[in-house]
Design a protein around this ligand. Structure first.
Ligand SMILES: [Zn+2]
Length: 217
């Protein structure tokens, strides 16, 4: 528990009326306290919120050898072989070559490559089904948006979605492609999404509860 307490960043706020716990984008707990509230009192209060802190905070991780990762519905064990120049994607394992200090970046690049080729297959299928045209597909690393669609018909996806289950990936593709037809979230838009995937509610729920596990690498 001492460790947890040390991780907490305490912020005094003139306008705060109550003690408040939140999580910043690096996964650390932030405790906001009213200006006149003593720090020791606030920390004692935070100590009682241990369950909440453990459930809601996270440590950003890098990919590491011997770790299991899932890309869509496939699970791979990550391995490292410094003698090997290229990466090898097997059925159940991915062997990363080169120096260990590049391991995380090479895993990330490999996931991006796999994900982009999946998008390049799936987006045209959905676009064809809706009779819409798209311009370009780009991968980003955005923490607040999993995807977006520009007025020019460019589709952007956060590469981390590759680490989500397939029904979530397909929902996000369906969502962005449907924006090529409706640039809003109207009832017609959601009806269009539903013609491409039956999993909208399930996928939204998954993202709401598991988005944290995508913050890796
Ligand atoms: Zn949208």
């Amino acid at each position: 528990m001492d460790f947890e307490i040390n991780r907490i960043q305490v912020r005094k706020n003139n306008r705060a009326k109550n003690l408040r716990l939140a999580v910043d984008k690096h996964g650390r707990p932030v405790l906001t306290i009213p200006f006149l509230c003593p720090k020791w009192y606030a920390l004692r209060w935070a100590e009682k919120q241990k369950g909440w802190i453990e459930k809601n905070t996270f440590t950003p991780n890098n990919f590491a050898p011997e770790q299991n990762i899932s890309i869509g519905d496939k699970i791979y064990k990550l391995k490292h072989n410094p003698q090997q120049k290229n990466n090898i994607v097997g059925k159940t394992e991915i062997i990363i070559g080169g120096d260990l200090c590049f391991f995380n970046r090479r895993v990330r690049d490999l996931i991006k490559k796999e994900f982009l080729s999946l998008l390049q297959k799936q987006v045209p299928l959905y676009a064809h089904k809706l009779g819409v045209k798209y311009h370009r597909i780009t991968l980003r690393d955005t923490s607040s948006r999993w995807g977006s669609c520009s007025a020019r018909g460019n589709l952007n996806f956060c590469w981390r979605i590759a680490l989500a289950p397939e029904f979530v990936i397909h929902y996000l593709i369906a969502h962005e492609v449907s924006h090529l037809k409706y640039m809003n979230h109207s009832a017609s838009f959601w009806k269009t999404v539903a013609t491409l995937t039956p999993d909208t509610t399930r996928a939204k729920n998954w993202l709401k509860h598991h988005a944290r596990q995508l913050q890796i690498g």
